[in-house]
Design a protein around this ligand. Sequence first.
Ligand code: SF4
Length: 188
Amino acid sequence: MNLLLHACCGPCSCYPTEKLTADGKKFDILYFNPNIHPYKEFKRRLNTLREFCEKKKYNLIVDKSYPLEECLRGMLDEPVVRCAYCYRVRMRYAAKYAKENGYDAFSTTLLVSPYQKHELIKQIAEEAAAEFGIPFYYEDFREGYQRGVDISLEMELYRQPYCGCVFSERDRYERVKKKKKAAAEAGE
Ligand code: SF4
C-alpha cells in the first residue's frame, strides 16, 4: 500500500510512522494545516516536521497555503463544533491530493491524539474518501500515544502547548486560570 499520511505536526507523526513502517506500509507525509495560528507557530510546527522527516528520511510534501480569513470564517460558521470544519478542510485536501497523485489511500496522524475528537475525524475522513473516490486508511493510533511522546522527547522535537487554532490557544490559558481558581477555593 502506498499511503499519503497527513501530518498535523512532528510529535504526532512519531508513533504512526513507526507503526506503519513496522507493518511494512509505504507512505509519504503531507503537511497542510491552515488551522494553526499564529503564522509563526504554523512555521514552527512545519520546521519541526521537516526536522523529523529529514532525520527519519521520510518524503515530505508541503502545502504552505494559509487562508486565514477563510479558515476563521469556516470555524465560526460550523454549526456544532469548530473542529469539524478544521478536520474537514484538511481531510478533503488530503483525499484530493492522494487521488490526484496515485496513492492507494490516505490517513492522518490526528488519529494518535487522545485529545482530539477521534470519532469525528474518522467520520469526516470517510466522507472525504467517498467524495474523492479513494480509501481512508483507519487505524486507532492512540494506543501508541505515549510511545510517540517518548520518541519526540528523545529526538528533542518542539512540542506545542495547544492544539492549533487561536481559540485553542486562548483556551489553554482559561484552563490554567480555572485550575488555579479551583486550587485556591480548595485551600491548596
Ligand atoms: S481545537 Fe484543534 S482541531 Fe479544533 S478547531 Fe482548533 S485547531 Fe482545529
